[in-house]
Design a protein around this ligand. Structure first.
Ligand code: FES
Length: 104
């Protein structure tokens, strides 16, 4: 079965050390740029209803803006309490100036 890649955003919408919210096929997600790398996660923190794209990127971690829980953007693994449940991450590729996600 081949991977379906879905156009999520222009890559130049992403700024180093920051996130943006996107909606892909009705699913709310967040995209983050860290240097040359781009990561895709679910939009909301697994601890509460906080938008992670409004949090703070530090290295490869996102700090939730509500209670300062942290997740590793590469894996979704929580790295600081009160975040305890992993954040879903999504494969992506950048091609033609666009960010393409696989969400299945
Ligand atoms: Fe994110 Fe509580 S809502 S750490």
């Amino acid at each position: 079965m081949s991977i379906e890649w879905i156009d999520a955003a222009a890559s130049d919408e992403l700024w180093d050390g920051a996130g943006i919210g996107v909606v892909v096929r009705g699913r709310e997600l967040a995209l983050f740029r860290v240097g040359d790398a781009v990561y895709a996660t679910d939009a909301f923190c697994t601890h509460g209803h906080a938008r992670l794209c409004e949090g703070f990127v530090e290295g490869h971690e996102i700090e939730c803006p509500l209670h300062q829980g942290r997740f590793d953007l590469r894996s979704g693994v929580p790295t600081c309490e009160p975040a305890a449940e992993a954040l879903r991450t999504y494969p992506l590729r950048i091609d033609g100036g666009r960010v393409w996600l696989s969400i299945d």
